[in-house]
Design a protein around this ligand. Sequence first.
Ligand code: ADP
Ligand code: MG
Length: 364
Amino acid sequence: MTAPAGRAPGRSLAGPHPLGGSDDVFVGRGADVLLELRDLVKRYRLPRERLLRAAPVVEALRGVSLSVQAGRSVGIVGESGSGKSTLARHAMALETPTGGSVRLLGRDLHALAPAELRAARRDFQMVFQDPYGSLDPRQRVGRIVAEPLIDASADETRQRVAASLDAVGLRASDAQKYPHEFSGGQRQRIAIARALITRPKLIVADEPVSALDVSVQAQVLNLLADLAEQFGVTYLLISHDLAVVDHVCAEVAVMYAGRIVEQGTPALLFRAAAHPYTRALLRAMPADAVGADAAAPASARVASASDVATTSTASACAFAPRCAYRQARCDIELPALRPLASGQRVACHFAESVSIDAARSSGE
Ligand code: ADP
Ligand code: MG
């Protein structure tokens, strides 16, 4: 049932569409901003440990600003606990931020009335990590894939489900089946078909291949890349793995403890990462990187980011306790995200030294 690797997905979603508009809406309009996060802050209050103590607070996002332009997919990488899923949920307006704003196509999502938000959801859809948990086992695939459609007729729904399944390399007849009849990779194709059915401009995918067998990961990533090309969809693609986002994204933002610490093209970060944390991530990558195991970056770990998030002070660099470049300044002055001559943006006081050392160690 799964298409063989490399099969070009069907094109039957292409062409004028009752809800989606024509295929080339975004072609040649690369400067259109789809998603704009500004100074996004999210604090979670945890249960009190003792009666007279203040409830501990986790700052999952500590001022994240990021924009995603049409046709330029953005990857978010960072270890577990760095705030990636929190960012994804905010980008999807599934949670309300403590501070800052989320704008999609120029509209402030948190200022929309519920009915407006429901209508706006057509433009942005989500794919989750777990293709087992995210598909209702009691519903047929056709129902699952049609779920985001609001007021489509039965006929139109059937057509669009078939087209969406075809686009991800499944068959129209698969609509009659149940999720348990499919493998993990096929289930993720079903989840992608569901996301695609409204012809969204943006798909937020949170670790979409992490739960899949290594052999299947590349197929699903190829599918995502093909769909971007065919349907002009742009991704905010979240992964703990730089190699995964490299496959699909024009830009990468590296997160650490609720902040973006480095941002640039994948090629630039692979060649000349200038944040000590990005370098640690790169060192933890296996040589044959696509499909790296979820546990692989653990070797680079000293303290988990979630420990850091609760313990570090607001004015210090959160990475300092793990950092070989740490100086007194790092404990008192938060490094701002600043442009570097080499092209990326980095939040490190000593990024220039990091770059020089990196170039040296790569044998130049
Ligand atoms: P990631 O996806 O990068 O692993 P998350 O966004 O899931 O990171 O989590 C970031 C931090 O926020 C972690 O310390 C996590 O424990 C905390 N966190 C996330 N969601 C909640 C929540 N609903 N309540 C309390 N803490 C949360
Ligand atoms: Mg997560």
